[in-house]
Design a protein around this ligand. Structure first.
Ligand code: F3S
Length: 62
């Protein structure tokens, strides 16, 4: 599974790293970024939850 954050849409609310800390991290630009190339095993559910929790729908997974 891969996760993506649309940098143009993220408002830096900080929710996704708190839901899925192994998938997303906040960086100096104040936006969430995906850690690594793919979602680690065991974090898929958290990644999916982030998709539905993001207030601006900036996250997608495939
Ligand atoms: Fe940004 Fe949405 Fe995460 S606004 S910080 S991508 S929950």
């Amino acid at each position: 599974m891969k996760a993506k954050v649309d940098q143009d849409v993220c408002i830096g609310c900080g929710l996704c790293p708190s839901i899925a800390p192994e998938v997303f991290e906040m960086r100096d630009d104040g936006k969430a970024h995906v850690i690594g190339d793919s979602v680690p095993a065991g974090s898929e559910d958290a990644a999916r939850e982030s998709v539905t929790s993001c207030p601006v729908d900036a996250i997608s997974v495939e």
